[in-house]
Design a protein around this ligand. Structure first.
Ligand code: HEC
Length: 202
């Protein structure tokens, strides 16, 4: 091969390489988004016998608030120990920003962590420890047509490993307290500053 031909071939390979890299880069963002959330993928899934499968990806959802019911203020055994990190599915959050309402299909996840330490360099207090539990609520007029307000409640347990699936909790054990005490549509909006700030001003 003459020197000039070798140079031409090398250049061609380099150009092809740049082109391929550019195409890969252009294709990449949409590929990532598609893999993250295919348009038809529901935010939570159910097994054929109607149990909710343990949700995934919710730690990237909008965060709405963190109530904390430490064991040491609840006789050593809080019903929901201890930090409650509450997230809302992204599309329902956008709807809430526009309307101030929980749309049909809203999913709220309450993830529990223990209190880790009570003292840090910032002072005395309650500092998050380990993940210990997971609860979910969902409003669905079709699936939960017999539940008050169409809200159903699921507990995946308060100890790792969590349950893979959860059955709809009895109305009396979860829904009834939410119905009686939650400020807005079975949801304890009064403890979620993010939602109160996001709602349209009246
Ligand atoms: C005695 C009252 C009571 C009962 C019973 C109850 N909850 Fe709640 N729940 C609350 C309160 C108060 C909050 C908000 C403050 C907090 O997290 O402590 C809440 C918040 C939640 C949230 C976050 C979304 C929201 O609606 O504010 C989920 C999810 C949840 N509870 C699931 C459950 C499940 C599952 C059960 C049944 C196993 C249950 N709850 C039973 C009082 C109750």
């Amino acid at each position: 091969m003459s020197r000039s031909i070798r140079g031409w071939v090398g250049g061609g390979v380099a150009i092809a390489g740049v082109l391929a890299f550019t195409l890969w880069n252009v294709a990449q963002p949409s590929a990532v988004i598609a893999a993250d959330k295919p348009a038809d993928k529901p935010v939570v899934e159910f097994s054929d016998d109607g149990k909710m499968k343990q949700p995934t990806g919710y730690r990237k959802w909008p965060f709405v608030g963190t109530p904390v019911t430490p064991n040491d203020m609840n006789g050593g055994d809080a019903p929901f120990p201890e930090f409650h990190i509450v997230y809302m599915d992204p599309d329902s959050f956008v709807h809430y920003e526009k309307t101030g309402e929980y749309r049909d299909g809203t999913v709220l996840v309450k993830e529990l962590t223990s209190v880790g330490t009570k003292e840090a360099t910032s002072g005395k207090g309650y500092f998050m420890g380990e993940y210990i539990g997971l609860e979910v609520s969902m409003k669905d007029a079709k699936r939960f047509k017999d539940e008050p307000g169409n809200w159903a409640y699921f507990s995946f347990g308060h100890k790792y490993p969590l349950k893979e699936t959860a059955t709809t909790a009895a109305t009396a054990s979860c829904n009834a307290c939410h119905q009686a005490n939650a400020k807005q549509d079975y949801v304890f909006t009064q403890y979620y500053p993010v939602l109160r700030a996001a709602a349209p001003k009246k």
